[in-house]
Structures are given as structure tokens and as C-alpha cells.
Design a protein around this ligand. Structure first.
Ligand code: GDP
Length: 734
């Protein structure tokens, strides 16, 4: 076939009639430490993109993305609402090249996922990272890189998300752009270079220097939404010119170290035009080799429109990132998903949400193909087909029905039942499973019961629904005590779950004290046998299973395989044996905590023509697992937290002593701006009451943050205490 013909026959990447092409689509997240200003920044973006007509302030509790009631009350963003907005670059900047001229005046679609900053909700951050092409990392201009920003940054690196940085709160007392920049380089190891420099700081913060174009952007008063700009582009004031020129030189130097085109120009001593420089910054940002740094004050509405321009200029669209990869279900055969409207449909469900108006929504990201209302989608996990009756996007607080979604889009499906977070949804003949996001194990649990007995069913149903939405939240019944147990990532996480139970499902709950979610695992291989035989006149019971267990790598979970050939256990009873094994694993053997990280093989067994039943084989499975587990050198694991304490120097000694008493291990002590920062690793079991302790040890001047790090073996001394407590009170555990 001739090359010309091939070209003619090539299917278009963008479907004819598609309004916002792939090149004009951005899927971005806004990620940061709590209080750095994500919500305010998102809110301002929605304002300037014309989605909302009145600016909401977080402090008044009327912002759009924080629309869950308790978010409004608490002022933190808990769920990642996907919001769609549209932006057209209006400002003709000097020295634009063809690419950027093409951007000007053409509307782009930006899908924003507002990610939460609190450590209890890192799963939300993780799952949104998985479907983003780029992110704005918001930093506080006063505090610089805070622990949670580090966590979010690491997650963005893990999921290979290109970033631009926005140093916010430049208007606040103590704001220092240089410090924030140095922090990013030092703590995050970021190759970070300013494309904007602040003009003034604190109450003198007046505008920014556009380093690439060597112009000043100065803000006037007033909220000019969508239709106009609230800034003016001017010559750089004389007193800032030297600084601006140096920053440009540094930027070109930094870019030339990594980009051949610019390196060549520099070597040949040719001038680098703003357009060439911008294009190179974009190339490097998309490859995650450079982080352009911007600054402003979201609250004072300074720097927001240039930030949205930078999203279009520097962050990748769906065509600029590596292709999504999946596997044929049940095999290791890799499948690469082409980003094209002409390809078969393939998408990832990344968020479930029960909307008070529209009902159950499934937010999904399309990787390839198109989906229209009335089409059927296939879920390879359940092997079920479902018809799509409604498609929707969220625009601010409005829900807008749409007819069709294309490759690279983010939207919501309405009213579908059998889908959970992480499911691939695709055309049936394109049988592929995309890699789902990974989620941390819950570290804390508590017992819950409804205030009125009659509400028990309503409560389990509500909890079940919430667990479907949130993969780091689990709920189950403790078989011994019949108590309902909920488990999650922290006290705040569980508190919010109970709050939602009350608001959305109208069930008031009493909760027990929070407990540590220990885990059980094994350290040696072993064999186990389980028999369930009853002969009591009439029809008896007969089930018999033999298994082998061995440790699995930490974090790999539980793998159960059936190795029986030749019918030692008839085929129809194998699922019952596996059911039993799973039940024993969930309930724990050693101290009643869930078993993790082991491999189980069902290898042998016997059966009885008349007496065998599913129940008998299920019991045999339970007994076999318990038997093998006890012989396999079981150990108990406890959640270990990464703790960072910031304190004035004089309290360092006392705080270190306290961390040691809590079985903590210190990893680093660092001095920064008159404060000492202690990095440690401490078992969660020892962290109860830490907030009070740190306050009294430092007269209220030290602060701390923590996040789950890993699970480690419980030391012998502590183990006995736990086992004794478990024997006495088989209460809230996972
Ligand atoms: P989030 O937790 O990261 O979503 O942060 P918010 O947007 O809720 O902001 C936290 C607090 O900082 C609120 O009181 C905001 O009004 C305030 N804030 C946000 N951006 C700025 C800013 O640019 N300047 C100042 N002075 N305050 C800000």
C-alpha cells in the first residue's frame, strides 16, 4: 500500500464534529498540603472561567467544589469532585509562535479534579493522580514545602504526573518566594525554575514578572470574570530589571541542560526567542524533567489567569502523555490503548459518588474511543454489560447532561449499578483491564452500632454504599461479637463516615473507641488439613481439604490457587473450600486480625458420595487454613506512621525523648528558619494522645503531621499485651 493511500485511510484521532479536540483538552489536578489554598485556587479558576458568577470564599463556606456539607463546615476538601471548565487564552503576548497563536482565542476544555490535602484521604489523591495528565502543585508562600505537599508530590511522581508549581499566598505576612523555591529543590528534589517572579511580597505584593517574555503583569482592583482580564502587561519597573534578566538567564541555562534545541542555540550563541523557550519548557515539563514555578495570591485574585494560561502552555494534553496500558483479563498479555476517538472504547472508573440530586454517579476517564447515551459498556471484572442511559459533567454546582464523551475526557455515568472504583469499562470486543490504582490498608478501626436497633439494616446498607465509594474504607461484622466494625485511614476519616451516615442515610451511630488495625501474617511455609465430618443418623456431613501456605511479599496480598487435579475434591465444591479459606483469612487466626500477604494452594482432599456438601467443604477450608497458619510461624504486624515534628530548638530534647518512649525511630533532625524538624517513624499504637503530649511538652509551640508508612512486626513485649487483650475482649478489629 502506498504511503499516500495509508495516510488517506488513517482514521482521525479526533472524531469529526468534536468540539474540544484532544489537543485542546487538559485533565489536571490541584494538589497540596491542607490550607495551602487549593480550594481557593480552584474556586478562582472556576470564577475566571465563567462557571460561577460570585466568588466564594472558603472562610464563608460557600465554595463550589467543597459542596459536601461537612466539607463546608470543616473547610477541607474531602472528595475529589471532577469539575469541567473552559478557557480561552485572550492575551496576545509578544513573540508568540505559530503553536501559541493557534491556542489564542480557541476555547480549551479543562477537567479539574480537586484533590484533598488531609493525610486521612490520600486514597482520594492516589485515585485522581491515576487519571490526570498534569497537576498544579499549590504551595503556601509562607510555609513552603509542608509534609503533606511532600506526600502528594511523591504520589504525583509515582503516577508520572507532570507538574507546574504555584506559590500561593504571596500577600501574606512572612511570604517568601525564594524560600519556597529552595524548599522545592531541596525537599522535593525538583528541577524547579521560576517562570514568574513576584513583584513585592506581603501587603506590597503587586504583580509578577513574566520571566519568559520579560514583562511585568500588574493587577488592578476588581473582579473581572471571563470576559476580561484584571491585569495589565507593562514594562518591568527599573528596580526589578536586573533580577528579571538574571532569572531569564538561569531559566535558559536550566532548559539548555536538558533540551537539545535550546542547547544548540546557546552553543551557537544565537538568541532564544520566548516562543522557543516556552516550547522547550513545555517539552521538559511534559517529560517531568522540569517544574515551572509560578506565584500569586489566589485569595487576592492575583496570578490566577496567568496560571490557567500556564495550564494550557505547559501541562500536557491526553496526546502528550504515555499511552495507557492494560492487560487481557486473566493473563499477563499487555495491551496498549491508543489515544484516539477512532479506537474501541476504553475507560477507567475512578470515583463513585452518591449525588443527592442525580443519584449514583460513576466518574470515569476515557482513554480511547467514544461513548454515547444509549450505548452499552462492558465490565471485564464482572463480565457484565450495562446500558448507558445518562452521561453528565459537573460544571461548578451544576450538573449538565451530555450526549457523548470522547478519548481523553472525564465525565460521569448516571445510575449504573455494578461498578466499583478501579473498574475498566470498555467495548466488549476490546477486552482489556487497565491497571487499577493501589490503595493503602486501613490502619484504624472502631465498632459502630445504630442508636436505635431498628436502624441496623439501614446502617449496614449505608456503610456498604460508602465502602463501595471509598476503597480505603471497610466495614464488616465481627463474627464473635456480631458487632459492626468500620476501618479506615484515621480518626477523622471514620468520623466523616459516621457524619455521612447521619446526613445521607439518616442513621445516628454510637461509636466505640478507635482501635489499631493489626494484621496477621506468616513467616514460613506449612501444610494444613481440615476435616468436617458429622455422622448423626440420616444424612451426614463430609468435607476434607488439604492445603499448603507460604509467605507472600509484603504488600502483595492474598493469593489462593486451586491445584487439585483428578477430582480429589469434586469441581463443584472447590469454590466452597476457597470461600472457607477466605473467611478464615478475614477473621484472622492468631489474634482475630485480618491475615495478609500469603499464598495458599488447595492441593488435596477427599469426599463422600452422599454426605459431601458445600457447607461441609467450606468448614473444611476454614479448618485447613487455621491448621496451616498455626504451623507457619505466624506474626502480628502493626501500622507504622511517618511522623514529622516542627518545633522551636529549645524543646527538641524533650520531644526526642518522648518519641523514643513511643518506640519511635528518628530518621533526621534538620534546622530550618529557627525551627527544628524531626523526622521519625513511630508505631500508630503509640500515637494516641500525641496531640496533647506535644502541646504540653512545647507549651503549644510545636506541631506535627503523620501518615501511614508501612506495617511491621510487633515486638514480643507488646505482642503479649495485645494477645491478652484480644483474648479478653474480641471487640473492634479488622
Ligand atoms: P485548602 O485546604 O488547600 O483547600 O486551602 P483553602 O483554599 O481552604 O485555604 C485555606 C485558608 O487560606 C483559607 O482561610 C483561605 O482564605 C486562605 N487563603 C487561600 N489562598 C490565600 C491567599 O492567596 N492569600 C491569603 N492571605 N490567604 C489565602
Amino acid at each position: 500500500m502506498s504511503a499516500v493511500l495509508e495516510k488517506e485511510q488513517a482514521k482521525p484521532v479526533n472524531a469529526p464534529g468534536r468540539e474540544y479536540t484532544l489537543e485542546r483538552t487538559r485533565n489536571i489536578g490541584i494538589a497540596a498540603h491542607i490550607d495551602a489554598g487549593k480550594t481557593t485556587t480552584t474556586e478562582r479558576i472556576l470564577f475566571y472561567t465563567g462557571l460561577i458568577h460570585k466568588i466564594g470564599d472558603v472562610d464563608d463556606g460557600n465554595t463550589v467544589t467543597d459542596w459536601m456539607e461537612q466539607e463546608r463546615e470543616r473547610g477541607i476538601t474531602i472528595t475529589s469532585a471532577a469539575v469541567t471548565c473552559f478557557w480561552t487564552q485572550k492575551q496576545t503576548k509578544p513573540g508568540e509562535n505559530e503553536i501559541y497563536k493557534a491556542c489564542l482565542g480557541v476555547p480549551h476544555r479543562i477537567n479539574i479534579i480537586d484533590t484533598p490535602g488531609h493525610v486521612d484521604f490520600t486514597a482520594e489523591v492516589e485515585r485522581s493522580m491515576r487519571v490526570l495528565d498534569g497537576a498544579i502543585a499549590v504551595f503556601c508562600g509562607v510555609a513552603g514545602v509542608q509534609p503533606q505537599s511532600e506526600t502528594v508530590w511523591r504520589q504525583a511522581t509515582k503516577y508520572k504526573v507532570p507538574r507546574i508549581a504555584f506559590v500561593n499566598k504571596m500577600d501574606r505576612t512572612g511570604a517568601n518566594f525564594e524560600n519556597a523555591l529552595n524548599d522545592m529543590r531541596k525537599k522535593l528534589n525538583a528541577y524547579a525554575y521560576p517562570v514568574f517572579l513576584p513583584i513585592g511580597a506581603e501587603d506590597q505584593f503587586a504583580g509578577v514578572i513574566d520571566v519568559v517574555n520579560q514583562k511585568a503583569i500588574v493587577w488592578g482592583p476588581g473582579d473581572v470574570a471571563n470576559e476580561g482580564l484584571n491585569y495589565e502587561i507593562k514594562e518591568i519597573p527599573a528596580e526589578h530589571r536586573e533580577r528579571a534578566a538574571m532569572a531569564l538567564e538561569e531559566l535558559i541555562d536550566a532548559v539548555s541542560n536538558k533540551d537539545d534545541e535550546i542547547a544548540e542555540l546557546v552553543l551557537e550563541e544565537k538568541p532564544v526567542t520566548p516562543a522557543q523557550l516556552k516550547a522547550a519548557i513545555r517539552r521538559l515539563t511534559c517529560k517531568i524533567e522540569l517544574v515551572p514555578v509560578l506565584c500569586g495570591s489566589a485569595f487576592k485574585k492575583k496570578g490566577v489567569q496567568p496560571l490557567i494560561d500556564a495550564v494550557l502552555d505547559y501541562l500536557p494534553g491526553p496526546l502528550d502523555v504515555p499511552l495507557a496500558e492494560g492487560a487481557e483479563p486473566g493473563t499477563d498479555n499487555k495491551v496498549v490503548v491508543e489515544t484516539s476517538d477512532s479506537n474501541q472504547f476504553c475507560s477507567l472508573a475512578f470515583k463513585l459518588w452518591t449525588d443527592p440530586y442525580a443519584g449514583k454517579l460513576v466518574f470515569f476517564r476515557v482513554y480511547s474511543g467514544q461513548l454515547a447515551k444509549g450505548d452499552t459498556i462492558y465490565n471485564p471484572r464482572t463480565r457484565k454489560r450495562e446500558r448507558v442511559s445518562r452521561l453528565m459533567i459537573i460544571q461548578g454546582s451544576e450538573r449538565k447532561d451530555i450526549e457523548r464523551v470522547y478519548a481523553g475526557d472525564i465525565a460521569a455515568l448516571v445510575g449504573l449499578r455494578n461498578i466499583t472504583t478501579g473498574d475498566t469499562l470498555c467495548d466488549e470486543d476490546f477486552n482489556v483491564t487497565l491497571e487499577p490504582p493501589t490503595f493503602p490498608e486501613p490502619v484504624i478501626s472502631m465498632a459502630v452500632e445504630p442508636k436505635t436497633k431498628a436502624d441496623r439494616d439501614k446502617m449496614s446498607e449505608g456503610l456498604q454504599r460508602l465502602a463501595e465509594e471509598d476503597p480505603t474504607f471497610r466495614c464488616f461484622t465481627n463474627e464473635e461479637t456480631s458487632q459492626l466494625i468500620i476501618a479506615g485511614m484515621g480518626e477523622l476519616h471514620l468520623e466523616i463516615i459516621c457524619d455521612r451516615l447521619k446526613r445521607e442515610f439518616k442513621v445516628d451511630a454510637n461509636t466505640g473507641a478507635p482501635q489499631i488495625a493489626y494484621r496477621e501474617t506468616i513467616t514460613a511455609p506449612a501444610d494444613g488439613e481440615g476435616k468436617f465430618i458429622r455422622q448423626s443418623g440420616g444424612r451426614g456431613q463430609y468435607g476434607h481439604a488439604c492445603i499448603k501456605v507460604q509467605p507472600n511479599e509484603r504488600g502483595k496480598g492474598v493469593e489462593i490457587e486451586n491445584e487439585i487435579v483428578g477430582g480429589a475434591i469434586p469441581k463443584e465444591y472447590i469454590p466452597a473450600v476457597i470461600d472457607g479459606i477466605e473467611e478464615a483469612i478475614k477473621g484472622g487466626v492468631y489474634a482475630g486480625y485480618q491475615v495478609i500477604d500469603l499464598k495458599v494452594q488447595v492441593v488435596d482432599g477427599t469426599f463422600h458420595e452422599v454426605d459431601s456438601s458445600e457447607l461441609a467443604f467450606k468448614m473444611a477450608g476454614i479448618f485447613a487454613l487455621k491448621d496451616a497458619f498455626k504451623k507457619a510461624n505466624p506474626i502480628l504486624l502493626e501500622p507504622i506512621m511517618r511522623v514529622e515534628v516542627t518545633t522551636p530548638d529549645e524543646y527538641q530534647g524533650d520531644l526526642l525523648g518522648d518519641i523514643n518512649r513511643r518506640r519511635g525511630v528518628i530518621h533526621g533532625i534538620e534546622a530550618k528558619g529557627g525551627q527544628t524538624i524531626l523526622n521519625a517513624q513511630v508505631p500508630l499504637a503509640e500515637m494516641f494522645g500525641y496531640a496533647t503530649a506535644i502541646r504540653s511538652l512545647s507549651k503549644g509551640r510545636a506541631s506535627y503531621s503523620m501518615e501511614p508508612l508501612t506495617f511491621e512486626q510487633v515486638p514480643a513485649g507488646v505482642l503479649n499485651t495485645i494477645l491478652n487483650a484480644a483474648a479478653k475482649k474480641p471487640a473492634a478489629r479488622t
